[in-house]
Design a protein. Structure first.
Length: 191
């Protein structure tokens, strides 16, 4: 079966489709689900464009709670209202929760084993690589941003410096830089 053309938009066909899609997405998201979410929702499912994904991911990040949970609730709610939000949420949580509980039982038995300790340290590098790769993949979507590419890069650099180098709390950085970016975008979009 071929993927639909890039311009053809689709949507979940039912609550079951939404539940299964988010379950599959969640089961692929070891070490972070951002890369998987973008690939599944934009490239495979075609439920949104790259630009929409970047915008909705930004909203999901500033809301309290896990980003991917916020995103799945927004997408489920968009297509099926409250029932869709609950189906997407159940898809993200049910099966992964059962797996994590089983893994927690196994980890309790082998937590001090040097091989397990080394494997978990190695996973940190893999997770960082996934985040960088996804950021690079989503970078072209910033060209269509109302602020322009240069301003987006500037905000990204300022955010990195504030959080990674100056070690400011993420909430303050998001509130400060996010507010400035929102005001600048509003002014550029206002007639």
């Amino acid at each position: 079966m071929q993927n639909p053309p890039a311009t053809q938009r689709t949507q979940p066909q039912s609550l079951t489709d939404l539940f299964v899609s988010f379950t599959v997405l969640a089961l692929q998201g070891f070490g972070g689900v951002l890369a998987v979410a973008q690939r599944e929702l934009v490239e495979h499912k075609r439920w949104m464009t790259n630009e929409e994904f970047v915008e909705e991911w930004a909203v999901a990040q500033i809301m309290p709670g896990p980003n991917i949970i916020n995103l799945c609730i927004m997408i489920g709610g968009r297509y099926f209202g409250l029932r869709g939000a609950l189906a997407a949420l159940a898809g993200m949580l049910l099966v992964p929760m059962l797996i994590v509980l089983l893994l927690a039982l196994a980890y309790a038995q082998f937590a001090t084993h040097p091989g397990v300790i080394g494997a978990l340290r190695g996973m940190g590098a893999v997770a960082a690589g996934l985040i960088v790769a996804t950021g690079l993949k989503l970078f072209p979507a910033l060209k269509k941003n109302a602020l322009g590419l240069a301003a987006c890069i500037g905000f990204g650099v300022l955010c990195f410096v504030a959080v990674a180098l100056l070690r400011w709390p993420l909430a303050y950085v998001l509130l400060g830089l996010g507010s400035i970016a929102c005001v600048m975008t509003y002014r550029r979009l206002a007639p």
